[in-house]
Design a binder for this molecule. Structure first.
Ligand SMILES: Nc1ncnc2c1ncn2[C@@H]1O[C@H](COP(=O)(O)OP(=O)(O)OP(=O)(O)O)[C@@H](O)[C@H]1O
Length: 836
């Protein structure tokens, strides 16, 4: 079988050819290894550059429709690993649409629903951008992310940390509330900076080595104010319009999984409504949005005391940064809780598993509404939103929401399920002055927030029932609101200077918002300008000065019932006439959702057939408030209601009830004003009553002083008795000394001046004439005793002197002569004079 390769006759392979084949193979392997070794020795950046080049080659082929997972994008291994470790695999719609465009170098302006994953939509391209540039810490700031609130900045920072942990970039969080100097020292090393606008501007002004000239990417999260920052960063020169892509992923502005409803509720019923709502959602996680920090502060405290049966937390801008973080983390961890918050929690915050967003106060506009409700129904989860609107806010707000494609429905409150907590709140405030002050601040601050709202079609502070609102906060009277007074004054000035035609000249379209009808003006005057006369008559005797903080409340009384005597219960303002807490037992119901339906009547099932207008409790007609009322009428109405300010009643040790405040009237002068007196409150009568009351007060004061003196006398008497006992003892011991003291001159005590002339202050003498008289008598008795036995007295005096000396020498205890201090002094003076 020999062949060319075989040795003749041998049959084995040709050794030369075999060697050649082996050598060829060997060389090939050697070269390969050498190449590999060579490649292995290449610097990382070079390898990375090749990898980057390979990724970049794939960029033009990105087709969003084919993307389902993050790994379908040409992303760096480091980013993909970070995403996987954070459990992000499938992309959301905004991520699918935007990440590819960003990688291709487009500037993307995207609008997507809340909770749809916008954070990752900019964080992933940001990481890739720096990766492609092979950014190092030496290169300084590359990405700047500006966030409207500290909480959102913190949250974004956390996401960045998770997803970018395999990269080598440095990231920094620069928000207010921390040491600026410390931040300044670190800022130049940061590659990705997340900050709040205020702090950023501060660093721009104060940190000399803060440079943003190499910025590769800037991301601003929902901040109008950032225009200022952008212009300062010369960002506009960087943005190239030809490569900007606008993406609108909003068919509806809110997630489909979000169920959105609103209720119309009178201002004075809102707290009852909220309490009832929380009671029926004990196993849920809710966020309640308020218009101002002070509202949050007050209602947080009150609700803690009311104990709704669910943890209550508060988050607002007036808290210290550490506290804010603590509350934020606390709420994230809790399974069921309610967070009272201002709009600082409205934007971007990603609290997991929030079931309900309740907008206790109407949001400024549809945008704010959308951000607030976006705290629930995040990333494919479900959620519910409840917007609470005042009757005056309903039309304008609902219109705005419809325009913004917000699918929202009206539902009704079942008035029978409302729990009234107003009395409890009143009791809290009566016990706690600080809480009362908070309630007053809350009142003013809410009104200010409404007053400052731009959209006057929705927000009209002059339509608010101030007195009822104050009651609902637990206050007895509505605090004075200076800015409203000023606004009203200003309007009065305008009105009087331009005549009544001022209002008429302006057509309905011409900034109606800043105009207030004369009817409202009258209401205002009734609220704010009549306090002196009313307070005077309410308190009976205490005329308050204009700077006094409280004004009387306006109470609506049915016309015609002025002459009727109101029963105890009827005296309570009408808003108290809601079902009592103890008559409601929906707490016993175990099923949360059933209870929800109990309180909130779903749009489809208005089971009680109640229309909002029919709801007696919630829709206390404003028409009554609008009725023209004169100062006198208003004041009289309050008088007729026997309106009570905060009362303080205590129990004595004997179990007797004593009203400490306000002091009860003691005089028999009739309190009631003459109804037919059309001249207003009868000041003469009020004065007369005041004088009568004054007499009682003086009498009481006199008695008090008398009692004080009586006690003093008793004490002195006791002291004298003690002294006498002591003296007796000393007398026995000092007999020898007495025998020896023969040189004493005779002393006539009747020559002593009348000691009563030196007693007490004039005022005391005035008030305590009986007491003085009693003492005088005693002195006279003493004097008589002295006169009857001068000698004995002289002896007694000398004895006393001796005793004083003795006692001083013996024990350094001051000798009690048995006389009053004034007598003692007179005696000494007299003795000294007589010795000269
Ligand atoms: N691809 C994803 N896979 C899984 N979860 C995701 C994904 N993208 C985002 N999420 C989660 O969805 C939630 C909402 O994301 P994110 O906060 O980014 O929403 P957003 O659109 O910025 O919301 P907002 O408009 O309120 O600021 C977060 O909890 C986030 O972890």
């Amino acid at each position: 079988m020999g062949g060319s390769g075989r040795r003749a006759g041998g049959g084995g392979p040709d050794p030369v050819r075999s060697f050649e084949r082996w050598k060829k193979k060997y060389n090939k392997r050697k070269n390969k290894l050498r190449l590999q070794r060579k490649q292995r020795k290449r610097p990382e950046w070079e390898v990375e550059r090749e990898a980057i080049a390979r990724l970049e080659q794939r960029y033009p082929e990105i087709n969003p429709n084919e993307i389902e997972r993050f790994s379908d994008f040409p992303l760096s291994k480091k980013t993909l690993k970070g995403l996987q470790e954070a459990q992000y695999r499938m992309v959301t719609e905004i991520q699918r649409q935007t990440i590819g465009l960003s990688l291709q170098g487009k500037d993307v302006l995207g609008a997507a629903k809340t909770g749809s994953g916008k954070t990752l939509a900019f964080i992933v391209p940001a990481l890739e951008r720096l990766y492609r540039q092979q950014w190092t810490s030496m290169d300084g700031l590359g990405i700047l992310i500006i966030s409207p609130t500290r909480e959102l900045a913190y949250q974004t920072f956390e996401v960045l940390r998770k997803v970018g942990k395999n990269h080598d970039f440095s990231a920094g969080l620069i928000i207010g509330g921390k040491d600026l100097k410390e931040e300044s020292n670190k800022i130049h090393n940061i590659n990705i900076l997340i900050c709040t606008p205020g702090r950023l501007l501060q660093h721009m002004d104060e940190t000399s080595y803060f440079h943003a000239s190499d910025l590769q990417m800037l991301s601003k999260l929902k901040i109008a104010r950032s225009v200022n920052i952008l212009s300062r960063l010369f960002w506009f020169s960087y943005v190239n319009d030809t490569r900007t892509v606008y993406l609108d992923l909003l068919f509806f502005s809110t997630p489909a999984t979000l169920d959105q409803n609103y209720i119309v509720c009178e201002l004075q019923q809102k707290i009852n409504m909220l309490y009832s709502f929380l009671k029926s959602h004990l196993n849920k996680k809710s966020i309640v949005f308020y218009a101002s920090c002070k509202e949050v502060q007050y209602l947080f405290r009150v609700f803690c005391r009311l104990r709704p049966g669910i943890p209550v937390l508060a988050l607002h801008g007036k808290q210290q940064q550490m506290k804010r973080m603590e509350v934020y983390n606390d709420f994230v961890r809790k399974k069921s809780a309610v967070l009272f918050a201002t709009d600082i929690a409205a934007r971007g915050l990603d609290f997991p598993a929030v079931n309900w967003v309740v907008q206790f106060d109407c949001p400024e506009d549809a945008n704010t509404y959308i951000h607030r409700v976006g705290r629930t129904a995040r990333y494919k989860e479900g959620g519910e939103a409840l917007l609470v609107l005042l009757p005056s806010e309903e039309k304008g707000m609902v219109q705005q929401l419809v325009q913004r494609k917000v699918p929202i429905n009206e539902i009704k409150i079942n008035p029978e399920k409302l729990v009234d907590v107003q009395k409890k709140m009143q009791a809290f405030l009566a016990q706690d002055q600080e809480l009362k002050e908070r309630a007053q601040r809350c009142f003013v601050s809410y009104l200010r927030s409404v007053f400052l709202m731009k959209n006057k079609e929705v927000f009209d502070v002059f339509q608010l029932p101030l007195a009822e609102y104050a009651f609902s906060l637990g206050l007895a009277v509505a605090p004075r609101v200076r800015f409203l007074q000023k606004a009203q004054k200003q309007l009065s000035v305008n009105e009087s200077s331009e005549g009544k035609s001022y209002l008429k000249e302006k057509g309905p379209c011409e900034d109606e918002s800043s105009l207030i009808s004369s009817e409202k003006m009258k209401e205002c005057r009734t609220h704010f300008n009549e306090k002196i006369s009313i307070v005077q008559s309410m308190k009976g005797k205490e005329i308050k000065e204009p700077e006094e903080k409280e004004i009387p409340s306006k109470v609506t009384v049915k016309e015609g019932d002025e002459s009727e005597e109101l029963s105890e219960e009827e005296e309570v303002p009408s808003i108290n006439k809601v079902p009592k807490a103890d008559s409601i037992n929906f707490l016993e119901d175990d099923d949360d959702d059933v209870r929800e339906l109990d309180l909130l009547t779903v749009k489809r099932q208005n089971v009680f057939g109640l229309e909002a207008k029919d709801c007696a409790v919630l829709n206390i007609s404003n028409s009554k408030l609008k009725k023209k009322a004169t100062k006198t009428k208003e004041a009289k109405k309050i008088l007729k209601r026997k309106f009570k300010v905060n009362t303080k009643i205590i129990f004595t040790d004997e179990g007797e009830l004593v009203q400490q405040w306000p002091p009860a009237q003691k005089s028999s002068v009739d309190r009631t004003e003459n109804e037919d007196d059309s001249g207003g409150i009868n000041l003469d009568k009020a004065k007369e009553r005041l004088q009568e009351e004054d007499k009682f007060d003086k009498e009481a004061y006199r008695k008090k002083i008398k009692e004080k003196h009586r006690e003093k006398r008793l004490r002195e008497k006791e002291a004298r008795r003690e002294a006498r006992k002591k003296n007796k003892k000393v007398e026995e011991e000092a007999e020898a000394f007495l025998d020896y003291s023969g040189s004493e001159e005779e002393f006539d005590p009747s020559t002593l001046p009348d000691p009563d002339k030196y007693r007490g202050s004039d005022q005391e003498a005035d008030l305590d004439f009986e007491d003085s008289y009693g003492e005088l008598e005693e002195k006279n008795r003493r004097r008589k005793r002295s006169n009857s036995s001068n000698k004995a007295s002289t002896e007694e005096m000398s004895l006393k002197r001796k005793k004083a000396k003795l006692s001083h020498e013996d024990s350094f205890v001051p000798l009690d002569t048995g006389l009053s201090l004034a007598e003692d002094e007179e005696l000494v003076l007299h003795l000294l004079n007589s010795h000269r």
